[in-house]
Design a protein. Structure first.
Length: 279
C-alpha cells in the first residue's frame, strides 16, 4: 500500500514536469525569430495616412506597412504572424533596446545620433522636407511663406528650419498632430503645412482630401528612411537589406509607392541604394 502511494505521487510529479516542459517549448516558439509557428513584432506608426495607419476595422495600411510586410515575408513570416506595435517617434529606441519589437518601419530617418543607439537596414525611401498647400495656391517657393500662416507639429525641426533659414516672417502655428494642420489648411486657417513630403503626400491621398492640395516640391532637406534594428543585431540587418533589394528588383517597391502616394501626384525619388548611410 505504501509503495502504491509513492508511485502515484511520482506519476503526478512526472506529469507536471512534462506539462511545464511543453509550455516552455511553446513559449519559445512564439518568440521565435525566423517564422515557423511563431510571431514577429514590428513597430510602425498608427496615425500616418499613406505610411502607417490603423484603420477603423483594425487593419493597417500604408507604404511602411507594405515594406514591413514584404520584409517579414522574406524573414519567414506570413502576414497573419505579424503583430503590429505602435512605436511613436520618442519611443523607437527604447522599443528596440528592450526587445519590444524585432524591427521598426516608421518614417525613421537615419542620422548619426540615432546610429549610436540602434542599427539600420536600408534606406528604403528618400524623402524631403516640403510644403503642402491648397491646389490653387500661389506659394511656389519658400520665401513666399513670409507673411503667411505655416503649420507644423509642436517642436518640429521642419518648422524651425523654415522660420530660421527660409521665411523668418512666416507666422508659425503649432499643433499636437498633423491631422489638425491638414484640417486647418482645408479650412483656410493656415496657408501651408510643412514636414516630410512622404507624410504630406499620405495625408493628401486620403479620399476626403483628394484634389484639394498639392506639394510645392521644394526639397528643403533629405530624409533617408531606414528600418531600425536592435544595436548589434547585424544578422537581422543583413537579412532585411537582402529583402529590400529583392523588393526593389521585383517591382514591389514601385508598386507600393504608386499605391500609397500616387493620388497626391508624389514625385518620389528612385529607390535609394540599399546599405548606403547605415554604417
Amino acid at each position: 500500500m505504501k509503495l502504491r502511494k509513492v508511485t502515484a505521487a511520482s506519476a503526478v510529479v512526472l506529469a507536471l514536469a512534462l506539462s511545464a516542459t511543453a509550455c516552455s517549448s511553446n513559449d519559445k516558439k512564439d518568440e521565435g525569430s525566423s517564422g515557423g509557428g511563431g510571431k514577429v513584432k514590428v513597430g510602425i506608426k498608427f496615425d500616418q495616412p499613406g505610411l502607417g495607419l490603423k484603420q477603423p476595422d483594425g487593419s493597417f495600411s500604408g507604404f511602411d506597412v507594405d515594406v514591413a510586410t514584404y520584409v517579414a515575408k522574406e524573414l519567414g513570416y506570413k502576414p497573419s504572424q505579424i503583430e503590429w506595435v505602435e512605436t511613436k517617434s520618442a519611443e523607437r529606441e527604447n522599443a528596440l533596446a528592450h526587445g519590444d519589437v524585432k524591427f521598426i518601419v516608421a518614417t525613421y530617418s537615419i542620422n548619426d545620433e540615432r546610429k549610436q543607439k540602434v542599427d539600420f537596414a536600408g534606406p528604403y525611401l528618400l524623402a524631403h522636407q516640403d510644403l503642402l498647400v491648397k491646389a490653387d495656391s500661389d506659394i511656389s517657393k519658400g520665401t513666399d511663406l513670409n507673411g503667411k500662416k505655416l503649420c507644423s507639429v509642436a517642436g518640429s525641426t521642419s518648422a524651425q528650419n523654415v522660420q530660421k533659414t527660409i521665411a523668418p516672417k512666416a507666422a508659425l502655428k503649432e499643433n499636437a498632430g498633423y491631422s489638425e494642420c491638414i484640417a486647418g489648411l482645408q479650412s483656410g486657417a493656415v496657408d501651408a503645412v510643412t514636414t516630410d513630403d512622404s507624410i504630406l503626400a499620405g495625408f493628401a491621398s486620403q479620399d476626403n482630401y483628394k484634389g484639394q492640395f498639392k506639394l510645392a516640391g521644394l526639397k528643403l532637406s533629405n530624409e533617408n528612411y531606414g528600418i531600425g534594428v536592435k544595436k548589434g543585431d547585424t544578422a537581422t540587418v543583413d537579412k532585411i537589406n537582402s529583402a529590400l533589394e529583392k523588393m526593389v528588383s521585383d517591382g514591389s517597391w514601385d508598386a507600393a509607392v504608386k499605391k500609397n502616394f500616387g493620388p497626391a501626384d508624389y514625385k518620389n525619388e528612385p529607390a535609394p541604394k540599399i546599405g548606403d548611410l547605415v554604417k
